[in-house]
Design a protein around this ligand. Structure first.
Ligand code: K1U
Ligand code: ZN
Length: 170
């Protein structure tokens, strides 16, 4: 297992569309273990392989308070079941910024698990939001893309300033 560096917005690699996983191997399972380690350390409630510069369709999620309900989705496909919700979202690639985004409430996700077995899960609320956010990453989409140009521009400027300041301090 290893802590993996997380790409920071506006890194263009975050816009890459991830490839379908053809076979789940020991290498896939090692990547998943490192993604969980990285997500828990950040700390975060989800992480996509895209954010650690591995462009394969893999996401990990754990929205439980006790941090003991890990979910792995390989090649996830989302079907919207019903409803809409609006919750605040953050992103480990855009640290320090939280904004409300409207998304589907109840969804069904079909995917493969770490053994390569197909499964599906129906869920809503925070877990649903987090899965949708992570699946967006696999398509090169970020939560700031749902915001107005004005809000996105402000976030970009503030982040650039913070990144400049960090570079000077080091
Ligand atoms: O994809 C990511 O960058 C992870 C992101 C997931 C997410 C958060 C909120 C709504 C939708 C998706 C994060 O985990 S940001 C950090 C965060 O929300 C958090 C961190 C520690 C404890 C609780 C939440
Ligand atoms: Zn994110």
């Amino acid at each position: 297992m290893a802590l993996l560096p997380i790409l920071q917005y506006p890194d263009p690699r975050l816009r890459t569309r991830a490839q379908t996983v053809v076979e789940v191997t020991d290498e896939t399972r090692q990547l998943v273990a490192s993604m969980f380690e990285t997500m828990y350390a950040a700390p975060g409630v989800g992480l996509s392989a895209s954010q650690v510069d591995v462009h394969q369709r893999i996401i990990v999620v754990d929205v439980s308070k006790e941090r003991n309900e890990p979910h792995v989705f390989i090649n996830p496909e989302i079907e919207i079941v019903d409803g809409m919700q609006r919750l605040e979202e953050g992103c480990l690639s855009i640290p320090g910024f939280y904004e409300a985004v409207s998304r589907a409430d109840r969804i069904r996700v079909s995917a493969m698990d770490e053994q390569g077995e197909a499964f599906s899960l129906e869920t809503d609320g925070y877990l649903s939001v987090c899965i949708q956010h992570e699946c967006d990453h696999l398509d090169g989409k970020l939560f700031v893309d749902y915001l107005s140009n004005l809000k996105r521009g402000r976030i970009r400027k503030k982040l650039a300033k913070l990144q400049r300041e960090n570079r000077v301090r080091r």
